[in-house]
Design a protein around this ligand. Structure first.
Ligand code: ADP
Length: 247
């Protein structure tokens, strides 16, 4: 079997007395969409933060393409091609969509100073192409603060794609988005996976979405791994059902 793209082994992380992750082991396979579910407070965001280097882990190991990354800093990990999006969008509300796309690129380049250079025409083309991909082409020159919340999330997704990540960690991509936009977003996530070959690891509260999207799903409860399996297995797993009902 080929090595997983991300291998988290027995990772523990506490905040004061709170054990947010307790010996969690998961793998994310290259080219696939992996889901992460669990009740509120079960440690999902903490696991994402550990993977992308937002905080040091207490123990365990995190490997990306076989290389230990748990001691690296956020920008170093981002440069390897491992990026995340947030539950709350992080866009510059006073800039238009194209400008947001262009300033999102430093992860792809080596230095921060690249941010201040003139943007090459091909980068502008790429920005417009990706805005078209997420359905925002007509709004590309609108101030992004004037977009709906759902559209801002699509913009944030397009901004992440500008960096040509190998793997994208998405924290509740459909939270706060209306049902019509959700279907469009699911479709685009699948296309980004299939057409651009981006591996996705997705925290998702909406069961319909995660069951539709992910090939393999992990469920956390109280900071521990409760179950892993295909959508049908997870849906029918009594421990998962109990964790949600008991939440
Ligand atoms: P989830 O994403 O599944 O809702 P989190 O990873 O956000 O869960 O939280 C897991 C636990 O860790 C919770 O009890 C939360 O209060 C705690 N926690 C998370 N981040 C911090 C932090 N920065 N400081 C203190 N406690 C935290």
């Amino acid at each position: 079997m080929s090595q997983p793209l991300i291998a988290v082994e027995k990772v523990s992380k506490s905040f004061g007395g709170v054990r947010a992750n307790s010996a969690v082991s998961i793998t994310v396979e290259e080219g696939k969409i992996t889901g992460l579910i669990g009740p509120n407070g079960s440690g999902k965001t903490t696991l994402f933060n550990s993977i992308v280097g937002y905080h040091p882990i207490d123990s365990g190991s995190i490997k990306f393409e076989g290389r230990e990354i748990s001691k690296l800093l956020v920008p170093q990990i981002a440069r390897l091609g491992l990026l995340r999006t947030f539950q709350q969008t992080r866009i510059y509300a006073e800039m238009d969509c194209v400008q947001n796309m262009l300033i999102s690129v430093p992860h792809r380049n080596a230095t921060l100073t690249d941010m201040f250079r003139a943007y090459p025409a091909e980068l502008q083309d790429e920005a417009e192409h990706l805005l078209e991909f997420v359905g925002l082409y007509q709004k590309r020159h609108l101030i992004s603060g004037d977009l709906s919340f759902g559209q801002q999330k699509l913009l944030e997704f397009a901004m992440a794609l500008m960096n040509k990540p190998k793997v994208l960690l998405l924290d509740e991509p459909t939270a706060g988005i209306n049902p019509t936009l959700i279907n469009g977003l699911i479709d685009r996530l699948k296309r980004a996976n299939q057409e651009f070959g981006i591996t996705l690891f997705v925290i998702e509260h909406n069961m319909r979405v995660v069951m539709n999207l992910a090939e393999n799903i992990y469920c956390l409860a109280h900071g521990e791994l409760l179950a892993e399996g295909h959508p049908e297995e997870i849906q029918n797993d009594q421990r998962v059902i109990d964790a949600y009902l008991g939440a």
